[in-house]
Design a binder for this molecule. Structure first.
Ligand SMILES: [Zn+2]
Length: 527
């Protein structure tokens, strides 16, 4: 029998199928990025040829490659160059961390931090202009709350925004005034956009470096495919340059912002166009804000802010028009909706789409505050839930915001699965850590309420099969089998140690993407 020779053979591994919840093979042969055969060493030996790379996995557990269904790639790459304030316990700690960071920057750079959460600060309030003026009186300082729906800036940054823009933001309530009528330096929603507009832009080289940094970071966490939320054309150029020179290393499914929709339409681009490395995904829309900043749009007011229901960033009519345009062209919709009011509106609009929404696998990003009725509607419309399990850990204050009866239905992953909704898990990095193992631990761990806790294999499925389904790739990726893409996440433990309690000790030892070794933590023994 004439057999194809493999480019790559992995042996002495424990290849786990999350669907079957067990080890299904110890060796695999790969050619041209695709699995030729899976089986025992004896079955795979015949694929060895003169040019075959052969790795010994020494008994390690191997999963189908992880995917991240929701990642802000450029922002992640950019933030890897900013001050990480997620560990700050008080405003003075935050100020000191920024000062230390500023000392490493070039003169003229803005001093930027991210990741703080005022719920974790001793003062239980966001930092303000006066706090940040202590970091620098002359250089602009910006600190993004971990949700990226609220930020605080110093006086120099307020000045950079300009009088006119600030007046608009005060009028819309997106730049906050203190009781003394003075700007506090706190901005929400479109206020952040305004800040980003005046921040110095990354140049071409900086953008390429940020894209590359984000990809390296993701590979080191075992990720093989990212649903990458695009900000603009500059990062696309960087992605295409990496693709052209064979340096992309990770597979991307691109989700585009509304300001690029007309261009996609003009070119007639549809979801799924591309190749295994780069594919056109869909249109990403932001319909509401976050629970953290109390800007997610709820049906009833916030429990801890009785006059506030959050806000919608599009009217029903605007949303319908955008959704229809995308749907009719064959572009998938990925709509950020966190509050139950926003989710209800998305479902209403999707239900009215010609031919129904199911065929396009439209997605709700986050889908945080649900109830049994909304879950049922998602299932019957075939809408994908693009969820971020690590929010379970980060939103520890959720009961305060929503009260116990609504909090019961926040991140109800098990109920979604039971209803037949496909769960596509992701990180929302840099908002949350870009680490599927942390997300898995959250989905199966103690912090999740028991009735909504996933089994380990259900959770792994949400990081493998789920994103593959959500990107129309489940026939080719997201599981193990002959003909499937050779995307593998190699763990530091064996299959018996892969348990909910031991997840914090598990590391990623190697990542193979489309048949290539894209990351390894140490040396993998090669023959
Ligand atoms: Zn996001």
């Amino acid at each position: 029998m004439a057999l194809g020779r493999a480019d790559l053979i992995l042996f002495d591994g424990c290849f786990i199928s999350p669907e079957q919840g067990k080890v299904i093979a110890s060796a695999v042969a790969v050619k041209d990025g695709v699995i030729l055969a899976l089986g025992e060493e004896a079955d795979i030996k015949c694929f060895v040829g003169p040019g075959t790379r052969i790795f010994d996995l020494e008994g390690r557990a191997v999963l189908p490659g992880f995917s991240d269904a929701h990642i802000h790639g450029l922002a992640l790459g950019r933030s890897l160059g900013w001050a990480d304030l997620s560990g700050a316990r008080s405003i003075s700690e935050l100020v000191e961390a920024l000062k230390a960071h500023a000392a490493r920057l070039r003169a003229g750079d803005w001093i930027v931090g991210f990741g703080w959460d005022h719920e974790k600060l001793e003062e239980r309030r966001p930092p303000d202009k006066r706090d940040l003026d202590r970091v620098s009186a002359e250089r602009p300082v910006v600190v993004f709350r971990k949700c990226y729906h609220l930020c605080a800036v110093n006086s120099a940054a307020l000045k950079a925004l300009g009088r006119e823009r600030l007046a608009e933001l005060f009028a819309s309530g997106e730049a906050l005034l203190g009781p003394d009528g003075e700007p506090t330096g706190i901005l929400v929603e479109r206020g952040l956009e305004a800040v980003r507009e005046v921040m110095p832009k990354l140049d071409k080289r900086g953008t390429l470096e940020a894209v590359r940094r984000a990809i390296e970071e993701a590979l080191s966490k075992g990720l093989t495919c990212l649903h990458w939320i695009v900000e603009g054309p500059e990062e696309l150029s960087a992605i295409m340059a990496l693709r052209a020179s064979g340096q992309l290393k990770i597979r991307l499914y691109l989700l585009f912002p509304p300001h690029m929709l007309e261009h996609l339409l003009a070119l007639g681009l549809r979801s799924g166009f591309g190749d295994p490395w780069v594919r056109i995904g869909g249109l990403k829309l932001l319909l509401d804000g976050s629970l953290g900043a109390r800007t997610a749009y709820l049906r009833e007011p916030y429990a801890d802010d009785p006059d506030n229901r959050g806000r919608l960033l599009y009217s029903e009519g605007e949303l319908r028009e955008l959704a229809l345009k995308a749907h009719e062209t064959g572009l998938q919709l990925a709509i950020h909706a966190i509050g139950d009011g926003a989710i209800e509106l998305v479902l209403k609009v999707l239900a009215e789409l010609p031919g129904g929404p199911g065929r396009m696998r439209h997605r709700i990003e986050h889908a945080s505050v649900l109830d049994p009725g909304l879950i049922k509607a998602m299932a019957s419309l075939g809408v994908v839930a693009s969820v971020q399990p690590h929010f379970i850990i980060s939103d520890f204050w959720v009961e305060e915001r929503l009260g116990p009866s609504r909090a019961r239905w926040v991140y109800p992953f098990k109920s979604l699965l039971k209803a037949g909704v496909v769960l596509a898990a992701g990180s929302d990095a840099p908002v949350e850590p870009v680490d599927p193992l942390k997300g898995l631990a959250a989905a199966v761990g103690e912090v999740q309420r028991p009735e909504e806790r996933l089994s380990l294999w259900e959770a792994v499925g949400a990081y493998t099969y789920g994103p593959a389904y959500a990107s129309f790739q489940e026939g080719a990726a997201g599981s193990l089998g002959p003909g499937k893409m050779a995307d593998f996440t190699v763990l530091s433990c064996g299959p018996d140690e892969l348990k909910p309690d031991s997840l914090p000790d598990v590391r990623v030892d190697a990542t193979f993407v489309f048949g290539r070794l894209a990351y390894s933590r140490g040396e993998l023994p090669e023959f």
